[in-house]
Write a protein that binds this ligand. Structure first.
Ligand code: ADP
Ligand code: SR1
Ligand code: MG
Ligand code: MG
Ligand code: MG
Length: 362
């Protein structure tokens, strides 16, 4: 049994662990007076504790030898905590994560990092299964919230065009990515934005991260009608979500291309100046890269939407709609949009067109 000898932390053992770990103990001023510990994990995989005292605070995260939301029947390597720690140590911002391909790092440094993350195979395999495979076939792990969606789920499994598209998305690698960048992995205050939970970090397609974020925003949009009532039609919130989708891509585009320009003479090996040796060609290649990345983003966003409706792990936005009929209507609209987006993604010229399409279908 994978969990043999494993002890989930509880308050007493966590305190012992803190006492025995100087780097943690010192964050609390080497005092345990008035210590507060709260388990806040709402994720699918791990336990998360907020530890605070008058002298300081930190968050402790424990990986279990299985998937928390399933139980011991689905073992999962605890090494994921190692990859999360390595990623957190080396990647402080979004920008750093996506900078890999074009940064002035020597190619060798990038290769070393690629080699390190090659070890994160089990979590890559999990993503491959629950994002790109299970939703398109019969799997004991798939679930959908009511029989109203039975026919829709069958349709996904019978859709050959959708399957061809998802196969293409499954096999790409470009940069060190977060690997699970849904909206719940982003924590914000009015003056700070932090990304948490990078245990799925690996070398993969950049569109997987941006797509995950945008896909979750689209799911949130389609869920709103299930929460609307006489007091709040949710229109203002829906408009905010659409604006945020638009701004997410546009801001990413602006910052990423600015980094590209800044590092154009760097030692990154992707677009060697000796080959892309004139300004027109350099512009063309940058435009092509950004266009492909946009279409990848839409494809990955769509695949993340589909898995959250017919696959094993869902989103609270839909789960919390209590009326099953209303919920299924919202989920079906999101699923239909995602299928269209996956298949037609190369026809979209820009994010504004995607936002209009959401409006029209809605
Ligand atoms: P999992 O890998 O199981 O998804 P997460 O790292 O996403 O675990 O943590 C689960 C939840 O715990 C988060 O969605 C958030 O609510 C809470 N959490 C995690 N890290 C912090 C933090 N640094 N501060 C406050 N809450 C946090
Ligand atoms: C069993 S699948 C669990 C999911 O939760 C994580 O946050 C990832 O999204 C993973 O696919
Ligand atoms: Mg999480
Ligand atoms: Mg969460
Ligand atoms: Mg996680």
């Amino acid at each position: 049994m994978a969990s043999e000898g494993f002890q989930p932390l509880e308050e007493k053992s966590l305190v012992e662990y803190i006492k025995a770990t100087p780097s943690l103990f010192s964050k609390l001023g080497n005092e345990l007076d008035d210590l507060q510990i709260k388990e806040v994990g709402d994720g699918n995989l791990n336990f998360v504790y907020i530890v605070s005292s008058p002298s300081g605070s930190f968050v402790a995260k424990q990986a279990l030898p299985y998937i928390r939301c399933i139980g011991e029947s689905w073992p999962m390597t605890k090494e994921r905590a190692y990859f999360e720690a390595v990623t957190l140590r080396s990647m402080n911002t979004f920008q750093n994560i996506w900078q890999g391909l074009f940064s002035s790092h020597h190619v060798f440094t990038v290769l070393q990092a690629v080699a390190e993350f090659c070890g994160n195979v089990e979590l890559c395999r999990l993503t491959e299964q629950v994002v790109f495979s299970d939703p398109y076939k019969v799997s004991p792990h798939n679930r959908w919230t009511s029989p109203y969606l039975d026919r829709d789920v069958e349709a996904v499994c019978e859709d050959n065009t959708l399957k061809l598209e998802v196969a293409e998305l499954k096999s790409m690698a470009q940069a060190l990515i977060h690997g699970d960048l849904h909206t719940g992995s982003v924590m914000v205050t009015s003056n700070s934005t932090q990304v948490i939970d990078p245990e799925f970090a690996f070398y993969g397609p950049m569109g997987f991260d941006i797509g995950a974020f945008v896909g979750n925003l689209i799911l949130a949009f389609f869920a709103q009608d299930g929460h609307a009532d006489q007091e709040n039609d949710r229109k203002a919130y829906k408009d905010w979500i659409l604006r945020t989708i638009d701004e997410t891509w546009n801001l990413f585009h602006k910052k990423f291309t600015a980094l590209w320009d800044k590092h154009e003479d760097g030692s990154g090996g992707a677009y060697l100046p000796a080959i892309y040796n004139n300004p027109q060609l350099q512009l063309l290649v940058k435009q092509k890269f950004m266009k492909d990345l946009f279409h990848d983003t839409l494809g990955f966003g769509a695949s993340k939407m589909i898995r959250r409706i017919v696959g094993v792990a869902h989103v609270e936005d839909f789960e919390s709609i209590t009326d099953a009929g209303k919920r299924a209507d919202c989920e079906r609209r999101a699923l239909d949009f995602a299928k269209m987006l996956m298949k037609e993604r190369r026809k979209f010229q820009g994010i504004a067109e995607v936002v209009s399409a959401i409006h029209e279908l809605h």
